[in-house]
Design a protein around this ligand. Structure first.
Ligand code: SME
Length: 174
């Protein structure tokens, strides 16, 4: 599972995230979250951790866009992500991300065309899941947004594991 970890010039280095695509979705998440925790270790730098988490989730899950928006005074600002360029600011309560921020809950959108106020950063995105990240005071400090090119890509399995991931992330860096 973690056999891509090697020691180069005396320093431990992660080369890649390895996920067998024949596994079930739940099995993939189990392996992926273990690898992400091993990859991040004790690092608490927000940019470094969010950057590598977006890369690991993107590589492991294989969706169209994977990234974070960070809470600012009036809404959300684009954070580390993988995929095509995206909207840089989202107001609180707007779109799927702003609604997740305002309502402090995970939102699964099976068909983005049917979500009122959906913000289309790309016409290729057909479904998405947005999961809030909380700090110790239970404020939403960021949201994780994953977009798919296909309708109905996300379900309660994604929600369960991504909420578990975001709970760990909140404790790790916020
Ligand atoms: N679709 C999101 C905007 C972010 S992009 O998809 C990366 C929304 O409606 O909030």
């Amino acid at each position: 599972m973690c056999d891509s970890w090697g020691v180069i010039f005396g320093r431990t280095m992660a080369e890649s995230i390895l996920i067998d695509q024949a596994l079930s979705k739940a099995e993939k998440y189990e392996l992926l979250l273990v690898q992400i925790r091993a990859l991040i270790g004790t690092d608490t730098n927000q940019v470094s951790v969010l950057a590598n988490c977006s890369a690991a989730l993107h590589q492991g899950l294989g969706h169209f866009w994977t990234g974070f928006y960070l809470t600012q005074e009036t809404g959300l600002s684009l954070g580390p992500f993988q995929g095509p360029v995206a909207c840089m600011r989202i107001e609180n309560g707007r779109g799927v991300c702003g609604t997740s921020l305002a309502e402090k809950r995970t939102i699964i959108v099976p068909d983005v065309a049917l979500f009122p106020g959906h913000i289309a950063c790309s016409a290729e995105s057909k479904s998405e899941i947005v999961v809030p990240v909380f700090n110790r005071e239970k404020d939403v400090v960021a949201v994780l947004d994953i977009d798919s090119k296909f309708e109905a890509s996300f379900d309660e399995v994604d929600q369960r594991y991504l909420e578990q991931f975001c709970s760990w992330l909140g404790e790790q860096i916020f």
